[in-house]
Design a binder for this molecule. Sequence first.
Ligand code: SAJ
Length: 450
Amino acid sequence: MVTRIVVIGMGYVGIPIAALLADVDGFDVTGLQRRSKRSGWKIEKLNAGESPFEINEPGLGELLSRIVKKGTFRVTDDKEVLRTTDTILVDVQTPTDKSHVPQYESLREVSADIGERMKKGAMVIVESTVAPGTTENLVKPILEHESGYKCGSDFDLVFSYERVMPGKLIENIVNLPRVVGGMTPKAAERAREMYSKIVKAPLRTTTALTAELAKTVENAYRDVNIAFANEMALVCESLGVDVYEVRALVNELDSRHMHIPGAGVGGHCLPKDTWLLRYGVREYGSTRVEPEFISLARRINNHMPIHMAELVENALETRGRQIRESIVTILGAAYLEDSDDTRNTPAATLLSALTKKGATVRLHDPYVRDWEFSKHEIMRDLVEAATGSDCLVLVTKHRMYSTLDLDLLKKVMRTPSIVDGRNALDRKVIEEMGFEYRCIGKGGIRPNKR
Ligand code: SAJ
């Protein structure tokens, strides 16, 4: 007996889960991907059994070619596949807008597509990160209204989130514990049963609301820890101390885990999950609770790329250059080292801050092909990107930036200055070579007094 599964949204979440499920005996998986400009091309790539990701995702390539050859996986843009499927996974983007309100257009649209077509007895699993309360208050009513079915008796509804990370998409799904939150215990158990075929780590069943909270809390927790490290970095800069030395001393205590300060916090999780948490408690909470602490942490982390621009200005002034007459080269467009993922990348905020200060900005990245933030060309040749430049600004700790040919760079640059947003470089070596050097959290050279 074949269990048919449809996974909606062929992204960082949908592709690995679909591939793993399609490799299970008795499962047949169809990826459902709309033919948008930005991602329609993935349909052909995936149907050829190839990973659409620029960076290497261990295990994904061979898994995709195996299941396509086996005939247990294919991708389509035809929503009619929803009519005959037993289980539907929803893996669409759930971004937040500038005022941090979740943009649920895709989720609403997909919920309606499912409701109009799903068969009685189907199981719908929302895997996209949503504000707590969304599965019950947004997805369930649409599914019931469009299908005429009753949640719990005619279909099962579950929220179960991914703990994916670019570069470890397969590994994380298989080896990290997984939370499975059902609108009913029966639904949670039915979904747990399916996940048990691919997840080797513990599976924890709970309610959908508890699972939604666990997801957003787990990322807000990481975000506030990074914000603490960033605030301490600013304190150390001001007092002329190396925050990384302070961090090493503090973390000697087993009960301390100070995170790493840096040029900012990007990705599709941390920059938005705090706002989803706040939105959920505002919309669906029974009492007025304003989560100020996690909101402040977001503001601190969002300030870091702005601070990077201040360090660039400070370094250039020390070398007698005005930023508005300078060429500044950003090293790293991706939000995460050795990844091609540019979602919410701090490099975009830094680029606009430098442009506002009048700088001519270049962008270099070894993996990223294009990005949605501006028309900037993303340069591949580091020497070309550095030639005539007045400052290199390291935003992403891509491996290649830790082994820069400083002799050559000094020769081709107009002004030898480097601002290090990830403590990736050796300050002593750089300064001995005559570079002006700034680094997040490394004091000693104080930004000009306001
Ligand atoms: N960052 C810091 N300092 C740190 C850690 C991260 O500045 O100490 C920055 C990174 O440079 C990056 C951003 O934060 O710009 C996010 O980094 P991340 O390591 O949290 O990577 P993500 O965004 O891929 O986070 C994922 C999350 N996974 C999911 O939501 C499924 C997160 O929950 C995980 O905790 C995280 O991976 C992880 O642990 O690596």
